[in-house]
Design a protein around this ligand. Structure first.
Ligand code: ADP
Ligand code: MG
Length: 407
């Protein structure tokens, strides 16, 4: 296994990596870094949590010419949170390197402040597409010198409807640029985007890393819609997570659950698209600083977020596809830490559960907490007999007598 030095990363940065405990490149880093250094266009497909950020950040840093003061690299990413996260990662990496400047550009920030920052030498711009286009239209940012372009979480940019903006932005960059595309999935629209903007791209795929899922203890609790909230409250009382993310299907459900947590005396924050930028930032900061224990989120808002110390992920509402299950539970136990993922299932969720089992090629053991997640035994057996006639819950159930040991 080559180390970062052998991959062509300078010793100052290697030193910083070491001090952060990052010594062995992940598979996607091992394969991507040399190709990017050679100047090739690359398409990299790998699950969340496989280290894609450093796979493009590190070789880009090697290629920046600090003697020039123009923008040389542009990283486009779907959400503000990711833009902040990536720019923070870059700043961390250049701690021992002179003169590389990075600017994050995303909606909700003070524009005048951004403009002032843009006046100095900026080598790398990390941006969300919408706000970046604003700047292009105002003439406050010039991308005509961009030689390296990264489309990060390209599938998510597609899902959020950003492709037209991405098109317009790419048009502003040098046509001789090097283009890198990172994505967890490769829908057709992303393939055609790659075809349109890349020259003989190298396709690098790291197969869905089952290890990430394997490293996470997965628990499934059977409940009903009516008993869900009480079940969750029971579980968190028992697990006492250090930091937990709770996923809900909609903004309204996230808000409601957040309110319930507060009402029960927990430190909680909500994270979804209905909140102002400053509220979202505050919530993220409090969570990162471990001032709040719970973050109640929708998928989009929490996509790609990497927070250290998340011990538990709760799927309050079951995700409706395999990718989003893997993404969600990947928020815990990242890069070596332990993690527990707990999924609550109501009878109507069974088809999604089966689909997830198939996708990750694992069978779940379904647990119940008698009297909490389902009615007391007697009532329950009646219901259960009826359901097994209907073909639901016929396999793999185990009672836990109110004690789900998930530590
Ligand atoms: P992705 O973009 O693929 O979802 P990230 O780039 O956000 O993944 O990385 C996930 C986590 O793994 C981050 O906390 C990052 O610091 C950490 N990480 C990245 N590369 C390594 C490595 N080579 N060794 C250990 N941890 C790493
Ligand atoms: Mg990423």
């Amino acid at each position: 296994m080559p180390n970062f030095l052998q991959l062509g990363i300078r010793k100052e940065i290697n030193h910083t990596l070491k001090s952060l405990g990052i010594v062995a490149p992940t598979p996607i880093q091992k394969r991507t870094i040399p190709s990017v250094l050679e100047g090739k266009d690359v398409i990299a497909k790998a699950q969340t949590g496989t280290g894609k950020t450093l796979a493009f950040v590190l070789p880009i840093l090697e290629k920046i010419d600090v003697h020039k003061s123009d923008v040389q690299a542009l990283i486009l990413t779907p959400t503000r949170e990711l833009a902040q996260q990536i720019s923070k990662e870059i700043k961390r990496m250049v701690e021992n390197v002179e003169g590389i400047n990075t600017l994050a550009v995303y909606g909700g920030q003070d524009v005048a402040h951004q403009l002032k920052k843009l006046k100095g030498a900026t080598h790398i711009v990390v941006a969300t597409p919408g706000r970046l286009l604003d700047h292009i239209r105002r003439g406050s940012i010039d991308l005509s010198t961009v030689q390296m372009l990264v489309l990060d979480e390209a599938d998510e940019m597609l899902h959020m409807g950003f492709l037209p903006e991405v098109d317009d932005i790419i048009y502003e960059t040098l046509s001789s640029r090097q283009t890198m595309l990172f994505s967890a999935t490769m829908p057709n629209e992303i393939r055609s985007l790659a075809k349109k903007y890349m020259v003989e791209p190298e396709f690098i795929e790291v197969k869905a890393k089952r290890v990430t899922v394997d490293e996470i203890k997965q628990v499934v609790i059977e409940t009903t819609d009516r008993r869900k909230q009480a079940t969750l409250l029971h579980l968190i009382g028992e697990h006492r997570p250090f930091l937990a993310i709770i996923f809900c299907r909609t903004k309204v459900r996230a808000k409601k659950l957040h309110d319930a947590l507060i009402a029960n005396g927990y430190e909680s924050d909500e994270l979804h698209g209905d909140l102002t930028q400053s509220k979202r930032e505050k919530a993220m900061k409090r969570f990162r600083d471990a001032k709040t224990q719970f973050l109640v989120a929708t998928d989009v808002a929490a996509r790609g977020l990497d927070v250290e110390g998340v011990t538990h992920v709760y799927n309050y509402d079951i995700p409706q596809d395999v990718d989003s299950y893997v993404h969600r539970i990947g928020r815990t136990g990242r890069a070596g830490g332990d993690g527990v993922a707990i999924t609550l299932v109501a009878p109507k969720d069974m088809e999604f559960l089966r689909m997830i089992e198939k996708g990750i090629q694992q069978k779940f053991e379904i647990q119940v907490i008698e009297g909490v997640s389902i009615p007391d035994r007697e009532d329950y057996e009646r219901v259960s007999r009826k359901q097994s006639k209907e073909g639901k819950f016929s396999e793999g159930r185990r009672k836990t007598g109110g004690n789900t040991a998930t530590h």
